[in-house]
Ligand binder design. Structure first.
Ligand code: MN
Length: 741
């Protein structure tokens, strides 16, 4: 965890501001500091530090982004209205520091929630408020991200459950927002800090790998740098070289999401060449390709086609000495600042190319999101929409005229049509990709030319589309159509869905009871009539699952208890009354007391059925299953810190597991004499046993022996043992060890 220095005066802040060389109203900043200090007098952080140290630290991070005077003042004042309500309010702030500062502070202040029962809902309302404030003034989110970054840096002192909640929210909301705004530097730090709290063991493992690999490749990296420097100098390019090791979190993601081993991660190391102008970027690229062989399909020109978050650079992956691949990124200084600070860099280059109109266009998606979600009543849906629309990777496709349209990856033709215009979506009857007619639910790929076929006689979208579309924009436009055009149908559909649920909870209820149930439910959901309520269910503005719990409560209130008793057996699967103690999962693992949780197998020990195992609860990344004698487990369980996160786990009996079709990864490290045909003999044995080889690598040692690292598909520990004993029988095999990470 990074060392954090605590300051209660602003001398360092003033130094940072002076170092930028920009003009700041230091007097105003000092006043904001004095005022905040006075208000927070007597308040302390959990660490015991005076509270004022936090706003100062946030202001320092904001100053690092070179934002303006008002942003610095707002950073200093950001917690005053919320935490010192008895001493100040927004009016006071406005009187003292002007309306801009007051608007920023307002955007950073949580709403006090009176009417909302649910903590989760209150939380999402606050997110919505923040996004709304941000759509009016993007500086709100810059300051909020700095606030979150400082809270993450100092999270260690908080109680354990608080840390995990904060870390999870950081990963789900703030890091992706930083990414979308192009603020790479803040994003990377947030992610790495977040991972340390959510999966500390996974983080440590990746971290250790990085250190080892970096150490082992130091010579290689030095050589490359020297060679590239010389070549650039020979060709009179003005350049700066930077080396970069991929962040722990991005490697972690590749290992677990794309199921790669550490060795399969190519762009572990990247060389960055920063030059003076765009022309030099391409010259430098030519020189790099002259020096090294490039890997086909890995060259990307983000200069001519920037990413939607403004990122520009040339990327290529080439093969260095000893066949080690590495990535090269080439960019100008301006591109570099934008890559690090994203939209915040606009303040740095204000006089330059980025006009206010251009900035607004780049932030259009925020207001679009707020707009399409304005009538979204369901907070879960709102959060989901956020996650797909803002926080997803993108796919770029073209209109037949050649305009680029960026959509969340996984989008299809329907999303595309609605992103052009709702009228296009509503009239769509089909479409072509690269000139060929394709099903409308086919996922779009980068670079495809997409053409929507419309017909004026189209009867409008289909309800099924709601389940097919990826973007919330398309979903809410489809709903808007149904809401407007099909009220009568919606009411029928909605009533049908609600009636079905009522029948489940209260089988024999009378029509009068049914009406009573529906009318109190309407009231609780804030609808003025049952028709409006049915309509909302019908067009999908409100999901049935969202009201199920309340519906059940109403049913129990209205209908006699003995009737409810009997309905327990008719329990629909969506409701869990008593959490079953053990939940089976298709992974073949049962984790005690953790229902329906995602399970993954730790890469450090790759457990097999039959091994004694234990689960470690990560947050947001499922439960990782380790062998009980994995060194990480032994080390981890010794520390009291995460004691409650270790869960008993065991394998399902094989008959329950639906038998031996599940294949698990097993790692073998085979020490051999490096004779001719050794590897071939091994593969013959494996083929004979019908064992599939998932990965193989050989490293030769100076004494004529070799180590073969083999990853195979394996059913269980007995299967593994039989493979090992067959291999041991081969001439030249000295030893076999399980695992090689
Ligand atoms: Mn704060």
């Amino acid at each position: 965890m990074s060392e954090v220095q605590v300051h209660t005066d602003i001398s360092r802040l003033l130094d940072i501001l002076k170092a930028t060389g920009k003009k700041y109203d230091l007097e105003k900043i000092c006043l904001a500091y004095e005022y905040a200090k006075e208000l927070h007098q007597g308040q302390f952080r959990v660490s015991g530090d005076a509270y004022i140290s936090h706003p100062i630290a946030v202001a320092e991070i904001v100053a690092g982004l070179e934002l303006d005077t008002d942003s610095i003042c707002a950073a200093l004042l950001h917690d005053t209205v919320e935490d010192c309500a008895e001493k100040t309010n927004l009016k006071e702030i406005e009187k003292k520091f002007g309306s801009d500062v007051a608007i920023l502070v307002d955007g950073l202040t949580k709403i006090v929630v009176l009417q909302i029962e649910d903590k989760e809902e209150a939380h999402i309302e606050n997110l919505r408020k923040m996004l709304l404030a941000m759509s009016k003034d993007v500086r709100v989110i810059f300051i909020k991200l700095c606030d979150r970054l400082h809270n993450m840096r100092t999270l260690g002192v908080k109680p354990d459950h608080k840390r995990r909640i904060t870390a999870l929210e950081t990963m789900q909301v703030y890091a992706p927002l930083a990414h979308r705004l192009g603020m790479q530097r803040i994003k990377l730090e947030l992610e790495n800090l977040g991972l340390q709290y959510l999966d500390p063991i996974g983080y440590e493992e990746v971290h250790r790998h990085i250190e080892q690999k970096y150490g082992a490749n130091l010579g290689f990296i030095e050589h490359i740098r020297a060679d590239v420097s010389e070549k650039m100098k020979e060709n009179n390019i003005h350049f700066t070289l930077e080396g970069r090791v991929k962040s722990a979190y991005s490697i972690y993601k590749k290992m677990y999401n794309q199921n790669k081993s550490f060795d399969q991660i190519y762009d572990f190391y990247a060389l960055r060449i920063i030059v003076e102008n765009e022309l030099e970027c391409y010259t430098a690229l030519g020189l790099i390709h002259e020096m090294f062989n490039s890997i086909p399909g890995r060259f990307k020109d983000y200069i001519s086609t920037p990413k939607p978050n403004m990122y520009r650079s040339l990327h290529t992956t080439v093969i260095g000495r000893d066949g080690i691949p590495f990535e090269v990124q080439i960019r100008t200084w301006e591109m570099h600042h934008i890559a690090e600070y994203g939209i915040a860099a606009h303040w740095k280059y204000k006089s330059g190319a980025t006009s206010k109109a251009e900035l607004d266009r780049k932030l259009e998606w925020i207001s679009r999101l707020i707009e399409t979600e304005a009538e979204q009543r369901d907070p879960d849906e709102f959060l989901n929409a956020l996650k797909t629309d803002i926080f997803h990777d993108e796919v770029f496709v073209f209109t037949p005229k050649g305009d680029v349209i960026a959509l969340p990856s996984g989008s299809n033709m329907i999303d595309f049509a609605y992103s052009i215009h709702s009228a296009v979506g509503d009239k769509m009857i089909g479409g072509k990709i690269n000139g060929m007619i394709v099903p409308i639910d086919r996922t779009l790929q980068n670079g495809e030319i997409v053409e929507v076929l419309t017909s004026s006689s189209s009867k409008g979208p289909s309800r099924d589309w709601l389940n097919i579309v990826k973007t919330s924009a398309a979903r809410s436009k489809i709903r808007a159509w149904f809401k407007k055009e099909k009220r009568a149908d919606n009411i029928v559909v909605g009533k049908g869905a609600i009636d079905a649920e009522i029948r489940r909870f209260a089988k024999n209820c009378t029509e009068a009871q049914r009406e009573q149930i529906v009318s109190s439910l309407c009231q609780r959901q804030g609808f003025s009539s049952p028709e409006d309520f049915y309509n909302a269910i019908g067009y999908g503005g409100l999901s049935v699952s969202k009201v199920l719990h309340r519906l059940q409560e109403e049913c129990e209130k209205v209908v006699k208890p003995e009737v409810t008793e009997s309905t327990v057996h008719a329990e629909p699967e969506t409701i869990v009354v008593n959490k079953p103690k053990n939940i089976k999962s298709n992974s073949g693992i049962v984790v005690d007391g953790e229902a329906g949780c995602m399970v993954k197998f730790a890469k450090c020990c790759n457990p097999l059925p039959g091994d004694s195992v234990i689960g470690f609860v990560t947050k947001g990344f499922g439960i990782s299953i380790h062998k009980i004698n994995c060194p990480n487990v032994i080390q981890g369980r010794n520390s009291p810190e995460n004691a409650d996160r270790w869960k008993e786990a065991h394998w399902e009996a094989s008959e329950e597991r639906g038998e031996s079709h599940s294949i698990y990864e097993a790692l073998l490290q085979i020490y051999v004499d490096n004779r001719i045909g050794m590897l071939a003999d091994i593969t013959v044995v494996l083929a004979d046993m019908r064992v599939s080889i998932l990965q193989v690598s050989v490293s030769n040692r100076s004494d004529g022996s070799a180590i073969i690292n083999l990853k195979v598909g394996c059913r269980n520990i007995d299967h593994y043992n039989s493979i090992v004993s067959r291999l041991r029988g081969l001439n030249g095999v000295d030893n076999i060890i399980r695992g090689f990470s």
